[in-house]
Ligand binder design. Sequence first.
Ligand code: C2E
Ligand code: MG
Ligand code: MG
Ligand code: MG
Length: 287
Amino acid sequence: QARSLSGNSYRIFDARHLDAGRSLADLEADLRRALRRDELELHYQPRLALESGAIIGVEALVRWRHPRRGLLQPQDFIPLAEESGLIIPLGYWVIDRALRDLQWLNGQGHLALHLAVNLSFQQFQDGQLLSTLQRLFRDRGLQPGCFEFELTETAVMRRSSHVLSTMEALQELGVRFSLDDFGTGFSSFQHLATLPISLLKLDKGFVQRMTEHAADRRLVRAMINLAHDLELPVVAEGVENAEQLALLRQFGADQLQGYWICAPQPLTELSAFLRRHALSRSLHAQR
Ligand code: C2E
Ligand code: MG
Ligand code: MG
Ligand code: MG
């Protein structure tokens, strides 16, 4: 029987997502096995710098190729992973895989790419985070400066002193932090200003509503101005059409992610996209 989960994990209970008679515990056992059997995969979504038109980084997004249920999206299993503690091994798997993939991309000639990985609050509670990252960067010969953790407002607003000290230690290493889904939580700006955040990611909900609603348009402009006053660049998520892009350019957004630029892709498709994009930019520059 379903037990009570917190936050936005209601999708777990959606009957369409559970076979008859199967419980949450079964799904948890499935996920445990998935980690051992390598059923998880990462897709990557490029981040475009508006001014230069260059792809300057990618965000890793986890998927689960479930043997019976097909390709599951994060909302179908991340809440369960967080609730069960499996987010810790899952999170390390994601970081390790993403760093291997970045190393492979570098080998393909995609240099100076920035890698962003989503981090759940629970992962901060694990004492191994800092030392594991240090080891992985060393083993892969990668600079921590190319690495970014995306945190949500709800995670950082918990004001745990442990979170702050871990963030500071990671920052010392060279890791950067961005604030994901900005505008949807309840950020205390005073608290925000004390955190080592170097980028705000404007939630896709605002971006999608702003072409229809003047209020959202004003909010987007205000949030971009606020970020810039705090000397933080802004990434707009969920850019799906040219109209949104034009408004974001007008409002001074710094970077864009969204289906209009590129949907999340498996690694080899990402590499092909990066090559095409770089080629078309260089042909454009020659004209
Ligand atoms: P997020 O980090 O805010 O990621 C953005 C989500 O928006 C992704 O959904 C992405 O596929 C989707 N998206 C990108 N462009 C567009 C667009 O133009 N239109 C629309 N409608 N959607 C777009 P996804 O991959 O389903 O991930 C959902 C959330 O799951 C992520 O939100 C993130 O919070 C979480 N997540 C994903 N991977 C991980 C992970 O490895 N660890 C943890 N802890 N959380 C993860
Ligand atoms: Mg999705
Ligand atoms: Mg994210
Ligand atoms: Mg987001």
